[in-house]
Ligand binder design. Sequence first.
Ligand SMILES: [Ca+2]
Ligand SMILES: [Ca+2]
Ligand SMILES: [Ca+2]
Ligand SMILES: [Ca+2]
Length: 399
Amino acid sequence: MRCRSRHVVCWVVCVAGLACHAQAQVNLPPGFEIVEFAENDYGIANVDLNDCGQVAYSQWQASNGHSEIFVYDNGRLFRITQGDDRNVHPEMNNAGQIIWGRGIDRSSVTQLVLYSHGQETVIDENVDSFNGWSINNVGNIVWSRSISLRCPRQENLFQWDGSTVTQLTFDADRSNVQPSLNDHGEFAWPYSNFCDNPWSAEVLVRYADRQITLPSPYTQNQATEITNSGFVTWLSTSRLMLWTGSESRLLLERSGRAALNEWLRLYVTIFDFEKTSWNPWVLDVTDEGMNMFMLRDSDYWFSDGSVNEWGEIATSWSEDPPNSRNRGAVMYLRRIRTGDSEFDGDIDLRDHKRLVRAMTGPVRTEGLCEDRFLDINHDGDLDLDDYARLQNAFTGATP
Ligand SMILES: [Ca+2]
Ligand SMILES: [Ca+2]
Ligand SMILES: [Ca+2]
Ligand SMILES: [Ca+2]
């Protein structure tokens, strides 16, 4: 084991043979900063981040199961749902479409709801609920429908292409659950037998031209996430695994479920045995090994999160174990805005031109998406104040 920094964390989390650079103190990835929002007394249930820097999340409204969907966009919060229902697990694509599960009057989830251009559509309805869903950037949705929860348990995957529903798996005695879908319509999921004792599951991936089973060291596989290149991360009996197209790599001996982007940045939670809490970590996987950044060192419980293609991350914390409805907030690791709009290390004529083209004037504009990085003063517009800041920071092109 080649742990160059303080050995404590490496000893806890690193895998033998993998060069692992981790520090036992808080250490943000260079060029990133943390903001928090939506702090409240009941907590945040689930968080999802898109490439536009919009964060969808579910916020408990009371201790009775009532939760609503919200979206954060460049400093402002919008409430999406109204009512008295349980609305959980939002997933939002780059077009701002959101899917989530709804339990009417705070009961368990029986509806899968799509929000698109201000309209809600119920995509599927099922008394026995659903076991995971995923939306991609072209608006396709894949979800798991629980058909029988008694053994032999039967859960199958379905797809919505914008107009029709098709069934994707046809097992009478297996659970096809928690699908993750990429923009090419490829998806990964745990093919599970929950009626075995102990339960078992393999990770299957349906690529455009074939379906494969990923090589995995243990029999309990879950929490899959696939990228557009077909990389997949998952947990194999609490070991964090990564499939890069030809091999499975063991990244950590123990972690929570991971979020993964195309550049092999992962967000995971790692348990702190001293504080008995889950800390938030960023892992950057390289050819040689892995760089690790601990985002916070506290006795708060951090949850699963989301990473976008800009390497930004959204997650949430709770003062105590999340389901106890305690004070919590969303934590967003975002790019520091310097005027470098494409993060190539300079502030040059290309950045200058881009700001001039995208100028909105001094009026707050929603959905700035990638142009948000040029809103240098974070007031929601692209105007002469931002222009002046870019001029002052101008470096010219660097080779
Ligand atoms: Ca630049
Ligand atoms: Ca302004
Ligand atoms: Ca501005
Ligand atoms: Ca440049």
